[in-house]
Design a binder for this molecule. Structure first.
Ligand code: BGC
Length: 464
C-alpha cells in the first residue's frame, strides 16, 4: 500500500488487510423522503413524527435528503469516494402494498438503485427492517403480535424474489434491541409505547421474524450472504455497589444478549435477579418452544455489528433535568437505571463517549460468548459532530475505529454511518453523521473533509 496525502492533509494510511471492505450505511426513512409517492403507504415513523413533542426539532422524514429522487447523484458520490459496499434499507411500505402484493413502483425504485450501484462497482447490502413497521400492522398490534413476524417473512420473500440475483448481502433486522427498548419500552421512538411488559413479547416476535426471513430468503433462493445486525456495547457498572452491578448486568442482557444469544447460541439468556418487574417479565422468554428456538438460530453467513460507544450504568432514574439529545420521554425519567458520562473520553455531538478501545472489547466479548460466531461485518460506526465541512474530528473517529476493526481477523469490513447527514430519529435534523453534508433548504450535497480523507485512503489501497 502506498502512502498518500488526502486533501484533508492526513497522510498516515490505514493498514487495511487485503479484501477488508469499506462501505457506508443509510436507512430508508432517514434519507428517502417521498413518503407519499410511488405507492408508499405510511409506516409507524410517519405517524410517530406527526405527534407533537416526539421529535426534538419538530421535523419528520417526509423530505429527508430526498434520496428517492436523487439516488443517482448519491451513487455518483459513492463511486467517486471509491466505496466497496453500500448498505441501505428497503422500506417495507414502499415495496409491499397493504394487501401483501408487491408494489411495482417500489420494486422499480430499488431495482434502479441496485443497478446503479452495480454499474458503479459497489456491492449492494440490503437491510429489510430498519424500524419502519407498516402502520396498518402496528394498528393490529405490531411486534406484539406473532402474525407480524409472518408478514415480515412474506416481505422478505418479495424482496428476495425481486433483488436476490443482485444483492450481495442481506441484513434481516437492524438493531432489534433499539426498536424494542426505545419504541416499545421507553416511548422515544415509533411506535411510541412505554410498556415493560411489551419488551419480552416484542423481542420474541422480532427473533421469530428474523428466523422466518432467513428461511424465506434461502428458499427463494437469494445469491447473497445473509446475516442480522445487532448493536453491541460494553456495559460497565458506574460504581462497585451491588445495585449498579445488577443494572449493568440488566443492560448487558438487554443490549448484548437478548438478541445475540437466541441467534448465535440457540437459547435465551437468563435475566438478572434483583432488578424489579422488568427482570421478572423477561423470564417469559425462557418459555419459548424448542421449535421457535431452532427457528431463531438459523445458521448465518455473517454477523452485523453496530458499534458506537461503551455504556456506564448506574441504578435509579436519571437525575432530574439530565438532558438527553437522543430523545426524551416520561418513561425514560422513570427508568430503573441510567447511563452516566465518561469524563475521560471526548464526546460526539450526541454526548457519546469516543472510545475505539471498547470496540476491541466488544469484539473479544462476542468471540468469547459465541464460539460459532460467523465472520463479523461492522455494519455501522460513526459519529455526529458540528455542522462543518472541516470535520477533522470525524476523520479521527473513523481512523481510530477502523484501525481497531481492521486489526481483528474476525472482521471483514467497516461501514460508516453515514453517507449523508440525515433524519436522526428523535433528534430530527439536529445531529449530523454524514461524510457528505446536506443543506436541508436546497438539498445540495457537499462532501466534507472526512469524505476526501476516506477517498484518499481508498484510492491508495491495492485492489480489493
Ligand atoms: C441506527 C441508525 C442511527 C445511528 C445513529 C444506529 O443505532 O441504526 O439508524 O441513525 O445509530 O444514532
Amino acid at each position: 500500500m502506498s502512502r498518500s496525502s488526502s486533501p484533508a492533509g492526513v497522510s498516515r494510511p490505514l493498514p487495511l488487510p487485503p479484501g477488508f471492505l469499506i462501505g457506508a450505511a443509510t436507512a430508508a426513512y432517514q434519507i428517502e423522503g417521498a413518503v407519499a409517492e410511488g405507492g408508499r403507504t405510511p409506516s409507524t415513523w410517519d405517524e410517530f413524527t406527526a405527534r407533537p413533542g416526539t421529535i426534538l426539532d419538530g421535523s419528520d422524514g417526509s423530505v429527508a435528503t430526498d434520496h428517492y429522487h436523487r439516488f443517482r447523484e448519491d451513487v455518483a458520490l459513492m463511486r467517486e469516494l471509491g466505496l466497496d459496499v453500500y448498505r441501505f434499507s428497503i422500506s417495507w411500505t414502499r415495496l409491499v402494498r397493504p394487501d401483501g402484493t408487491p408494489n411495482p413502483e417500489g420494486v422499480a425504485f430499488y431495482d434502479a438503485l441496485i443497478d446503479e450501484l452495480l454499474a458503479a462497482g459497489i456491492r449492494p447490502m440490503a437491510t429489510l427492517f430498519h424500524w419502519d413497521t407498516p402502520l396498518d400492522l402496528e394498528r393490529r398490534g405490531g411486534w406484539r403480535r406473532r402474525a407480524t413476524a409472518t408478514r415480515f417473512a412474506e416481505f422478505a420473500r418479495i424482496a428476495g424474489e425481486a433483488f436476490g440475483d443482485r444483492v450481495d448481502a442481506w441484513v434481516t433486522i437492524n438493531e432489534a434491541c433499539t426498536v424494542t427498548l426505545e419504541g416499545y419500552g421507553l416511548d422515544v421512538h415509533a411506535p411510541g409505547i412505554a410498556s415493560e411488559l411489551a419488551i419480552p413479547i416484542v423481542a420474541r416476535h422480532l427473533l421469530l421474524a428474523h428466523g422466518l426471513a432467513v428461511q424465506a430468503l434461502r428458499e427463494v433462493p437469494v445469491a447473497g450472504r445473509i446475516g442480522i445486525t445487532n448493536v453491541h456495547t460494553v456495559s460497565v457498572p458506574a460504581t462497585d455497589s451491588p445495585k449498579d452491578a445488577a443494572y449493568a448486568d440488566l443492560f448487558d442482557f438487554l443490549h448484548n444478549r437478548l438478541y445475540a444469544d437466541p441467534v448465535l447460541l440457540g437459547r435465551n439468556p437468563t435475566p438478572p435477579r434483583g432488578v424489579g418487574p422488568l427482570g421478572a417479565a423477561l423470564g417469559i422468554l425462557s418459555r419459548s418452544s424448542a421449535r421457535d428456538r431452532a427457528l431463531m438460530a438459523q445458521p448465518l453467513d455473517f454477523y452485523g455489528l453496530n458499534y458506537y460507544f461503551p455504556s456506564r450504568i448506574a441504578a435509579g432514574p436519571p437525575p432530574p433535568g439530565t438532558g438527553n439529545p437522543d430523545g426524551v420521554s416520561e418513561a425514560m425519567d422513570r427508568a430503573p437505571f441510567h447511563l452516566q458520562d465518561w469524563p475521560e473520553f471526548e464526546q460526539t455531538g450526541f454526548g457519546w463517549p469516543i472510545a475505539p478501545e471498547y470496540l476491541g472489547v466488544v469484539l473479544e466479548n462476542l468471540a468469547e460468548r459465541y464460539p460459532a460466531l460467523p465472520p463479523v461485518i461492522i455494519t455501522e460506526g460513526g459519529a455526529s459532530f458540528d455542522d462543518t465541512l472541516d470535520d477533522q474530528r470525524r476523520i479521527d473517529y473513523l481512523r481510530r475505529h477502523i484501525e481497531v476493526a481492521a486489526a481483528d481477523p474476525r472482521v471483514q469490513g467497516y461501514l460508516v454511518w453515514s453517507l449523508l447527514d440525515n433524519f436522526e430519529w428523535a433528534a430530527g435534523y439536529t445531529q449530523r453523521f454524514g461524510l457528505v453534508r446536506v443543506d436541508y433548504t436546497t438539498l445540495e450535497r457537499t462532501p466534507k473533509a472526512s469524505y476526501h480523507w476516506l477517498r484518499g485512503m481508498l484510492s491508495s489501497r491495492s485492489s480489493v
